[in-house]
Design a protein around this ligand. Structure first.
Ligand SMILES: [Mg+2]
Length: 416
């Protein structure tokens, strides 16, 4: 198992151990993410071949400080310097920060004013989506060279199922090393990779030795690996969920694994099943190739119905935080916000609002705008006819670049 900053070149080839299959089968339903994934499958692809409950070889590849790295690559004067992609003005927000800037505590989503205070020498550059899409296309070609089973999560991040790889290399660790080398050679950019036997673990692993690093979590190691992780590293656990867990005495994956499913359901509603499995390193979701993301968002089912305006507004703020984090992670930008609620009689109601008529170059690109529109949508819907059991937000009308015109043979990138 790898620990932070472990020597990554020394990982032996990835091998499947049959004994773990029964362990995996213990979780008998597909893992449920915190929020519905809000993705739609736009063709007849059914994902990677089913393994019949057996182990897969999964790689999660994530580019390092992607937007900022592309800027540093294309403008040598920015190399080695603290760079933020985003507007420097009063209402500007950092979209991406170079590692030099991160050392000063500059993070994406931070107001530019705060970032400048933390790092007075910070250089702001405007984003160039076309350049990021071009690099993304090159990266995708590297993935496709090794496997047809590629599930992009954003411009710079994807899951790959290499259980059967095109070149017959066999070792997922070796394939991940080659992919990182090929990406470097083609784009002059670095990528980190996580290798494991499911998507949840592979994603955690890719983050373990960033930047330009790699980590392998082998069959049998998942539960132990997850046990030592701070709860915030679990995909889907945002600042609010983290706070709540700490109040309940849950600081690590190990603490979480000690809680039974009833306790989790009482405290986390629809999030419980996901947490229960994740705490055991279990995730049975297949890598689903050729998805085109039409929206990014999520919804939350409550353990108790909600009706008062104050309660609904408070819940909305939590959902804004979580969904905006998701939007940022997916590096999506869109034009339409939709609020959805489900009443106690299971009827749904949705309210939408868009900005900028096409082809205006206006996008919802900062949290303040997303939050303002979300609050307006809720205010318009109040008072509600009856209590609700679910609330959700999505951002749609996404910028897909050329991917929307993806040819039928699926050779082209799906960008978001
Ligand atoms: Mg990245």
């Amino acid at each position: 198992m790898c620990t932070k900053s472990a020597e990554r070149a020394l990982v032996p080839p990835y091998r499947v151990q049959i004994g773990v299959q029964s362990f995996l089968r213990a979780g008998n339903a597909p893992i449920l993410p915190l929020m519905s994934d809000a993705v739609s499958t736009d063709d007849d692809d059914e994902g990677a071949p089913s393994s019949g409950g057996g182990l897969r070889k999964i790689i999660h590849v994530d580019m390092d400080a992607f937007f900022a790295s592309v800027e540093q690559r294309d403008d040598p004067s920015l190399r080695g310097k603290p760079v933020a992609v985003g507007g420097a003005g009063g209402r500007g927000v950092v979209a991406a920060a170079s590692y030099e800037a991160r050392k000063f505590g500059v993070k994406s989503a931070m107001p530019s004013v705060t970032a400048k205070r933390r790092c007075p020498d910070l250089i702001f550059v405007r984003h160039r989506f076309d350049a990021y899409k071009e690099a993304s296309r090159e990266i995708r070609a590297v993935f496709e060279h090794h496997t047809p089973h590629v599930e992009p999560l954003s411009l710079d991040e994807a899951y790959l199922d290499v259980t059967e790889d095109r070149l017959g290399i066999g070792s997922a660790t070796r394939i991940a090393q080659l992919i990182r080398q090929e990406i470097k050679a083609k784009t002059q950019l670095t990528a980190s990779a996580g290798v494991s036997y499911n998507k949840f673990l592979a994603k955690i692993a890719s983050d373990q030795n960033k930047p330009d690093g790699m980590c392998v979590i082998r069959p049998g190691e998942g539960a132990d690996f997850v046990a030592q992780l701070p709860i915030r590293r679990f995909h889907g656990v945002g600042p609010k969920a983290e706070e709540k867990m700490k109040r309940l005495g849950i600081e690590t994956g190990g603490d979480l694994a000690l809680k039974d499913i009833e306790f989790l359901r009482a405290n986390f509603g629809s999030f419980a099943d996901y947490l229960f499995r994740a705490a055991r390193g279990i995730d049975l979701r297949p890598v689903s190739a050729h998805r085109v993301r039409k929206s990014v968002g999520g919804e939350r089912t409550f353990s108790e119905d909600k009706s008062s305006g104050a309660e609904l507004r408070e819940t909305l703020e939590e959902i804004i935080d979580i969904v905006w984090e998701r939007i940022e992670n997916s590096k999506a930008r869109g034009r339409t916000v939709t609020l959805k609620v489900k009443f106690t009689d299971f009827q749904n109601m949705t309210r939408s609002q868009s900005i900028g008529p096409k082809p205006a170059s206006e996008w919802i690109e900062d949290k303040a705008t997303f939050a303002r529109i979300s609050r307006e949508l809720l205010s318009e819907a109040l008072p509600l006819a009856m209590p609700i059991r679910l609330m959700g937000l999505t951002l749609s009308n996404l910028d897909h670049g050329d991917a929307a015109q993806r040819p039928k043979d699926n050779a082209q990138l799906s960008l978001l």
